[in-house]
Design a protein around this ligand. Structure first.
Ligand SMILES: Cc1cc2nc3c(=O)[nH]c(=O)nc-3n(C[C@H](O)[C@H](O)[C@H](O)COP(=O)(O)O)c2cc1C
Length: 217
C-alpha cells in the first residue's frame, strides 16, 4: 500500500495553465490583492476559502502548523480566533512570529504571508464571541484545546456541565478564548504557470511602504 502510494506520488504531474499574475495586476497593497483573489476563490466555489494554515514556533524552536479560519482582514493583516491556552497560544506567548499559507488548488494559487501577532482587544473578541452559535460558545468553555482528554465522554460531560451552568443566560466569553491580529510584513502571491515557470510576486514591508518584486519559481 505505502509503496503503491509512493509510486503514484512520484508519477503524477500537474500542468498549471489557467491564469497569470504580473506586477501591474498585483497592484500596490497586498491585502487588496488577497481580497481580490479571495473573491475569485469564492466565485469559483473553492470549498473553504477562509481556511489558512498558520505556523507558529515554540519556545524551544519547534515549528507546528494548523488550519484556522480567517475571520477578518484590514489593510495591514488578518484576524483569527482561538483558545489562548492552546499549543499555538503558548507558542505565540513566547514567539509572536507566524507564517501563514493558503493554497487554493482550484485556482492554481498559493499565498504565503509572514507577520507578528497581537491579541485583539477584549471588546472585539467579545463582539465576535457573542455572534457565534450557542453550541460553539459552550464548546469554547468545554474544550481545553490541545490538552489530553481521557475519552470523548469526558468532553461531552464538560459540554453538559457548561450547558447547565449557563442555562437561561447569555454565554460569556471565556477569558482564555479570543482573537489574534496578524500584522503582515511579507506576502508572496504564487500563480501556477506552464512548464513550472510560475509567477511569484513578493511584497515586503519597509516602514510604511510595501516593496514589490518578482522572484524566480
Ligand atoms: C477547516 C478548519 C478550520 C479550523 N478553524 C479553526 C479556528 O478558526 N480556530 C481554531 O482555534 N482552530 C481551528 N481549527 C482547528 C485547528 O486546526 C487545530 O486543531 C486547533 O486550533 C488546535 O491547534 P493547536 O493544538 O496547534 O493549538 C480548524 C481546523 C480546520 C480543519
Amino acid at each position: 500500500m505505502i509503496e503503491e502510494v509512493s509510486n503514484y506520488l512520484n508519477q503524477i504531474r500537474h500542468e498549471f495553465t489557467s491564469q497569470a499574475l504580473n506586477e501591474e495586476a498585483a497592484g500596490d497593497i497586498p491585502v487588496e490583492l488577497y481580497a481580490k483573489w479571495l473573491e475569485e476563490a469564492v466565485g469559483a466555489q473553492v470549498l473553504d476559502p477562509k481556511a489558512m494554515v498558520v505556523s507558529t514556533v515554540s519556545g524551544n524552536g519547534k515549528p507546528s502548523s494548523r488550519v484556522v479560519y480567517n475571520r477578518g482582514i484590514t489593510e495591514t493583516g488578518f484576524k483569527f480566533y482561538t483558545n489562548y491556552d492552546s499549543r499555538k497560544g503558548h507558542d505565540l506567548e513566547n514567539n509572536p512570529f507566524v507564517s501563514v499559507n493558503v493554497f487554493w488548488s482550484e485556482m492554481e494559487r498559493q499565498i504565503r504571508m509572514e507577520g507578528t501577532v497581537s491579541k485583539l482587544d477584549r471588546e472585539e473578541s467579545d463582539a465576535y464571541f457573542k455572534a457565534r452559535p450557542r453550541d460553539s460558545q459552550i464548546g469554547a468553555w468545554a474544550s481545553a484545546q490541545s490538552q489530553k482528554v481521557t475519552d470523548r465522554e469526558e468532553l461531552e460531560k464538560w459540554v453538559k456541565h457548561f450547558n447547565e451552568k449557563f442555562e437561561g443566560m447569555e454565554v460569556p466569553r471565556p477569558p482564555h478564548w479570543g482573537g489574534y491580529f496578524i500584522e503582515a510584513t511579507y506576502f508572496e502571491f504564487w500563480q501556477g504557470r506552464p512548464a513550472r515557470l510560475h509567477d511569484r510576486i513578493i511584497f515586503e514591508k519597509d516602514g510604511n511602504t510595501w516593496n514589490k518584486y518578482r522572484v524566480a519559481p
